[in-house]
Design a protein around this ligand. Sequence first.
Ligand code: ATP
Ligand code: MG
Length: 364
Amino acid sequence: MSAISLSAVTKRFGDAAAVDGVSLEIAAGEFVALLGASGCGKTTLLRLIAGFDTLSSGAIRFDGTVMAGEGRHVPPEDRNVGIVFQSYALWPHMSVAENVGYPLRVRGIRGAAKADKVAEALAAVDLSGFEARRPADLSGGQRQRVALARCLAMDPAVVLLDEPLANLDVNLRASMEDTFKEFHERTKATMVYVTHDQAEAMAMADRVAVMEAGRVLQVTDPVTLYGEPASEAVARFVGNGSVVDCRVVGPAASGRAHVALFGHEADVRADPATLAPLGTTARLCLRPEHLTLSDGEGFAARVAKATFKGSHALLEVAPAAAPAQLLPVWAPRLVPTGTEVRIAIRDGWLLPGAAMRVPAARAA
Ligand SMILES: Nc1ncnc2c1ncn2[C@@H]1O[C@H](COP(=O)(O)OP(=O)(O)OP(=O)(O)O)[C@@H](O)[C@H]1O
Ligand SMILES: [Mg+2]
């Protein structure tokens, strides 16, 4: 395993920067997900780490050694990286065992040593007994596991994965998440996993780096990312948070604030270091689980949409005080569209810094 250090990594295609000044320290053995919408630069960054593309500026180091930048470019084959793509990139004319053994053969490993490594790698992805099959005779999930075994057999220091589950169905994705986690524990390789699926990123990664337009907006562990997004963009992208205006009416207990919104007051979480002055308007991130249907307390709202989800229902409610704002709410049962309800605010996260944007509004 290698530590990866990215310093102001930039890649321009013509005038446009696909990756724009990304600095990120990835510890040896860490599992980091790069999360972002289509076109934000995830694949480009991965290709730069692998060495398939050259940098426009900045530097990439593995364990302190310059791989790219500062006038150097170490070719991919000398970086000891394993790569798993969305398209499995298996040789169709080779058997499973030949596919997995191919990179070993290229490295001059043959005979029993090679056979042992191949058997071990296939066992690790639960594909023992499939040695003689051709890729065409495997399911999508099995093909992706062959690609993973091929990567595993090489003992790479760094494993780069580009949306490896994108072609698989929902059930298979969940079981493959376990396969990737086991793979990580077994190899202790440093892993950089590209996805636009936030659930996938949060389920597997030690830390998630959220990207937008070539930049990293926030990088932190999944629990902090979900619970304490640093900006409105991250709050909206991760966990489908609603972001609404509120007024800070008082500091509550440490790490909390008292806010007013939709004609109602609530206690929410806040970073004391960035807590807005009393009376100012701030932006509040509300997750569906922060809101509950209530019998008395809370603000008045109307159910605008209701979707049955099996164990619960997902409602979208429009507050009477701001009918254009739709807030998702988990409910234990389906409530018909048009029903007048009261919604209690159990929690929320006051977005840091956002309050400075808006001048103080007089208390109504
Ligand atoms: N070889 C290239 N030449 C010109 N522009 C490119 C090239 N490769 C990527 N880009 C552009 O750089 C930007 C980032 O592309 P990239 O493939 O890294 O996005 P991505 O985050 O991986 O998206 P997706 O989730 O759709 O795979 C895009 O605007 C893309 O059009
Ligand atoms: Mg991509």
